[in-house]
Design a protein around this ligand. Sequence first.
Ligand SMILES: Nc1ncnc2c1ncn2[C@@H]1O[C@H](COP(=O)(O)OP(=O)(O)OP(=O)(O)O)[C@@H](O)[C@H]1O
Length: 885
Amino acid sequence: MAKVTPMMEQYLSVKAQAQDAFLFFRLGDFYEMFFEDAVLAARELEITLTSRGAGAEEDRIPMCGVPYHSAENYIARLIEKGYKVAICEQVEDPAEAKGVVRREIVRVVTPGTVMDGKTLSERANNYLAAVVERSGRWAIAACDLTTGELYAVATESAADAADELAVYAVTEVVCPPYVSDRLKETLEGRLKHVVYTERQLIAGDDGAWLTERFPALRLDGLDGTHRSAAALLLQYLTETQKRSLGHLHEVRVYEPSVYMTLDPFTRKNLELTETVRDRARKGSLLEMLDKTATSMGARLLRRWLDKPLMSAGAIRLRLDAVEALQKNLLLREDMRELLKRVYDLERLSGRIAYGSANARDLNALAATLAVVPELMELSRGAGSELLGTISGDPDDGADIRDWIEAAVHPEPPASTREGGLIRDGYDAHLDKLREASKSGKRWIAELEQAEREATGIRSLKIGYNKVFGYYIEVTRANLGMVPEGRYERKQTLAAAERYVTPELKEKEALILEAEEKMVDLEYGIFQQLREKIAAEIPRLQRLAERLASLDAIQSLASVAAANRYVRPDVHEGFDLDIESGRHPVVESVLTSGTFIANDTRLTMDETRALLITGPNMAGKSTYMRQVALIMIMAQIGSFVPAKRARVPIVDRVFTRIGAADDLAGGQSTFMVEMQDIQTMIAKATEKSLVVIDELGRGTSTGEGMAIAQAVIEHLHENVGCKTLVSTHYHELAHLEGSLRYLSNACMAVKESGGQVTFLRKLVSGAADTSYGIYCAQLAGLPDSVIDRAYALLHEFEANAEARAAAPAVVGAAAGGGKPQRRGGAPDAAIHQLDMFADWNAAPPAPKRDPRADELVELVKRADVLNMTPIEAMNFLFELKKKTLS
Ligand SMILES: Nc1ncnc2c1ncn2[C@@H]1O[C@H](COP(=O)(O)OP(=O)(O)OP(=O)(O)O)[C@@H](O)[C@H]1O
């Protein structure tokens, strides 16, 4: 483009500072976008693309725009789609500008830095993280800009860093390019909707940079790697926010080992915060546990669930507090009622720091502070150490509340630029101006009466509009009575004429001047107050944290009381002993009393691993998940769904479900499963809990079974962790004989009159069958298919028996014999029924056809789940050829 207009020149130079964002360029009442921004925005926002001349006529450029008053909506839509928006405003008064009005970017909104709008959930944090790598250590600095929380943690590998990022459910990651490549590779799409923003590390000394730019920021405990991450994060925030970040006043550093590690897959699979099927909060453990009354409490409870504790002392402190409230219904109810009056102090503080809080926000702050003394009084009386600490802090923000109550009008408008913000009597000058404006208005009201009398026009009115100011209005019928000379015509309407008089004009000038001054003065007073409060933000944040903790504890106590949960006895040993445990979520959706409770005993000296076989639909997955959930609940300080529970502290919970259940995940799910198993084997310790549902299902039976056995043996021999494995491979039951600490268990069923009832009771011993065909029958498959399936099964079993008669090929890895302690026969009342007992006596097996055997063998060996469609076609073609040959 040869020559551009001065305005375009300005646009291009501003755009150069916001390459990776849409530039919303303010022109009058619109934000305009040009060039590629315009083309893309028109498509994403479904708005009309136009063009305008930018210099020479042939250089028409694409453009589109959105009205500034509805820009928030458009910005939110772009952010939701993972874009960034740089907002460029006029920064000088057009009247004073020489040439093009100066324009600057005032803020860049990005997915990780949204401060308001509907993109932001009230009950969840919105984290932005910076990630750096230094000599193999990966540090993360994560910040929720809306609340001012700022954390730093360093991990030893990219995989661990990825786990941490998943905990924060970050929406945006700022990192150098090589780090983003590694993270993307490690996360492999497991963290959905993350925007990667590539930035280089800051040049020079991170620590010096931080102290120079953020002198008030506390950096205790940060090492060099943490500091790099914090500096990168704050540099990005400075670049995008272009304003005070006074509410970020402390970086909290922690060791990853102070919390239980839960990888993204385990979180997802256990449905801790959202369900697998529709990623909804409803149906998750969080939804079950969340009876908080405030958004702060809801966010804190989620953070607790994201990071279960590892210290028995800290867990017991929380449990004591929960117990104190669980036992005291009245206290709990009173607390809840008071908490309902508490506003989101964390986000209010953020808005105050940002200078975007309005007068209503300050009133909300005062209303919140008003509740604090009573809440703390209740908390003090509850009789728990943690509640005592929370209420022991004497700061209730009474001074801040007084400032607000003295100054701010009880019912102010949402805008801070229209006056009406400040109470009468607060500022003498403002009162004077108000009086002047009021007396002017009184004078005008009196004038109306006087003019009616002077002219004899009874319908004469004095009105006001923004364009013409005050005027005297006379209807057309009365125009003849208008005094000649004294009234000056100003505006003609269809039914009336409007006039002014010199004295009305003079009064108007006085009133408007007073009002303008009043608006400015009120805004000035308000701003001063807001800044004064901004200096107290660390206090407000501490208070917010105390209130959030009360709410989270109150929530856990309410849930415990409502669902008959018990206090777990948490200890640092190995043994797990749950009497009559229940699955908190499944139980809540079943009609009361129908959930069948089950015991769990995993001990160092007897059973460390359970191999659970049993029919489909019998409740294996539910049972294993319930054990994991109970352990996680205990470590966040929650009561648990059981009659009694002694729960050891675990460092990690791993879960893995069969590949076939995870098909939505992508192409090679079996590969992903194996990678997860690899991580599990590498990371699990004796203090971990491993839950594997349908191990090795994604490949052929032989290989699947071999892998399952090898993994179980490895966990048993080399790790010694608590393990729950469910399998369809009943053949693996023999492992009980060779693995000292493994026991068989199964889900009991009862049969009567050809009907199978799942009893959902875990009993010792191995199941004989999966009842898969029975399930198929329940699902309504035609009788012909069911009959044929039974016939084939019978045949397969006969083959298997024949093979079993040959020399054994599967040897036990565990050396040494194991005492005979097979699980024993199931309860007499509960038969591990052999569905095929009748079958053995039933029609003789069809005559053996070697060709059919070969086909069956081929089909059995086929790894269908890992075949491409073409391979599957070829395979089918081969089969067909063989049947014809
Ligand atoms: N203890 C229980 N009490 C009552 N109902 C239960 C119980 N456990 C499971 N259920 C019900 O049984 C259904 C099947 O349970 P689950 O998915 O755990 O079975 P499964 O043995 O893992 O089956 P599959 O092997 O087919 O995956 C669940 O949807 C649940 O509603």
